[in-house]
Design a binder for this molecule. Structure first.
Ligand SMILES: *Cc1c(COP(=O)(O)O)cnc(C)c1O
Length: 408
């Protein structure tokens, strides 16, 4: 069995590419011509594998999907235009009005917004403290079909009881969806804790360069969809382990049409080759900055799973290869948030995460502004909280930048 990076770097060569190209080319193409009309019909009827129309299939996307399946150790993947499109389409293709979903309360803000929309469309949602499986179990009703969990929560870095929830979902026959964006398949493979479906935003660590949006969902092969009542008869063909991803692709991607473009797929595939190198360096940089900050008199609190005082430090050590590139911290009340941020010269004031550049954002005033002070307080978001996504710069430059911003 080859290692993680070896498999990614050589995956395109599994299928012979024209002229021996080492990269899968960008197929800027929408439709596919057939010499034999019967073959065209067979492809449309699913009797024969082949390319029909660009909204659902494109060879450049297929190559990236194959790479993602290998990275997550799954059985099939479907790519989307963004991470949000992957989450939204997955849920809309598998759930129906009257169903119920249990979700972690420590959730990416836009996913939180999407799930609140579900509530208005007749799909009930309960948000729970997923750091303990007991909270998930308490929220499950006879209508519950699915549990949705993130690995490391942004921005406060809580870590869900990934293993406990996996066991619980297996016992109860629930579909277990894990958003692996924060850890990426390099740090953690949700298959190891019993995930049914794994979602990744390709925009973040996997693409890694802040130059393309994308999302993906991967089927793990562990869920028996013949026990799931929402699969349409036309997708109940072949192995029941693949019915879920088939419905997401054939129905969801077709109906909603949030398809990944071939140029973006190419950028993401290039980025994915160095995932392990980048995330290891970002984790090392994050750890060094957190050690510096947690010893600094102007810092009140640092949130990072790599610190021994983090509430789920032992869980992170047990499950993840390293602690990742994301952390947050609160300033002491006498420190001016804006002055501190504006003195940073190397670290960029920006949203996004997983970029090669280190990025800083004042959480309460930007990405969590819309939800209001009360909800922020209930989620433990202090007004001075700064989220950092560490990049791959030389660590001494990052530490010097922080030091100069605190000075005076
Ligand atoms: C960014 C993000 C998403 C959404 O991804 P986009 O590609 O920006 O749509 C989903 N989940 C998590 C955890 C994220 O950080």
């Amino acid at each position: 069995m080859k290692g993680f990076t070896t498999k990614i770097v050589h995956n395109d060569r599994q299928d012979a590419i024209e002229h021996g190209s080492l990269h899968k080319p960008i197929h800027a193409n929408v439709a596919y011509g057939y010499a034999d009309a019967k073959e065209l019909a067979a492809v449309f009827q699913g009797e024969k594998s082949g390319y029909s129309y660009g909204r659902q299939v494109n060879p450049t996307i297929t190559a990236l999907e194959s790479k993602m399946t290998v990275m997550e150790d799954g059985i099939a993947s479907v790519c989307f235009a963004t991470g949000m499109a992957a989450i939204g389409t997955t849920m809309f293709s598998l759930l129906r009005a009257g169903d119920h979903l249990v979700s972690s309360a420590f959730l990416f803000g836009n996913t939180n917004s999407l799930f609140n929309t579900f509530d208005k469309m007749g799909i009930g949602v309960n948000f729970v403290d997923a750091t303990s499986v007991a909270a998930v179990a308490a929220a499950v009703t006879e209508k519950t079909k699915m549990v949705f969990i993130e690995t490391i929560a942004n921005p406060r870095t809580q870590i869900a009881d990934l293993q406990g929830i996996g066991k619980f979902c297996a016992q109860r026959g629930l579909v277990y969806v894990v958003d692996n964006t924060m850890t990426s398949p390099y740090l953690f493979q949700p298959k190891t804790v019993g995930a049914s479906l794994v979602v990744n935003s390709l925009t973040k660590y996997i693409g890694g360069h802040g130059n393309a949006l994308g999302g993906v969902v991967t089927e793990m092969g562990s869920y028996d969809w013949s026990n799931f009542t929402n699969i349409y008869p036309e997708y109940q063909r072949g192995e029941p382990q693949k019915w879920g991803i088939t419905q997401i692709k054939k129905k969801g991607l077709r109906d909603f049409g949030a398809s990944l473009g071939p140029e973006a797929a190419h950028h993401i595939a290039m980025g994915a080759e160095t995932l392990a190198l980048r995330v290891q360096r970002q984790s090392d940089n994050a750890m060094a900055m957190c050690h510096y900050l947690s010893n600094h008199p102007q810092v009140k609190k640092v949130y990072y799973p790599g610190l021994s005082e983090h509430a789920q430090h032992a869980r992170a050590t047990d499950l993840f290869r390293a602690y990742g590139g994301l952390f947050s911290f609160e300033l002491q009340p006498e420190v001016d948030l804006w002055q501190f941020l504006n003195r940073l010269q190397v670290i960029v004031k920006s949203s996004n995460l997983g970029d090669n550049r280190t990025l800083a954002i004042p959480v309460a005033h930007t990405i969590y502004f819309e939800m209001g002070a009360e909800r922020r307080a209930s989620m433990g978001i202090d007004e001075s909280l700064i989220r950092i996504s560490s990049g791959i710069e030389d660590i001494r430059d990052l530490l010097a930048d922080l030091d100069e911003a605190f000075a005076r």
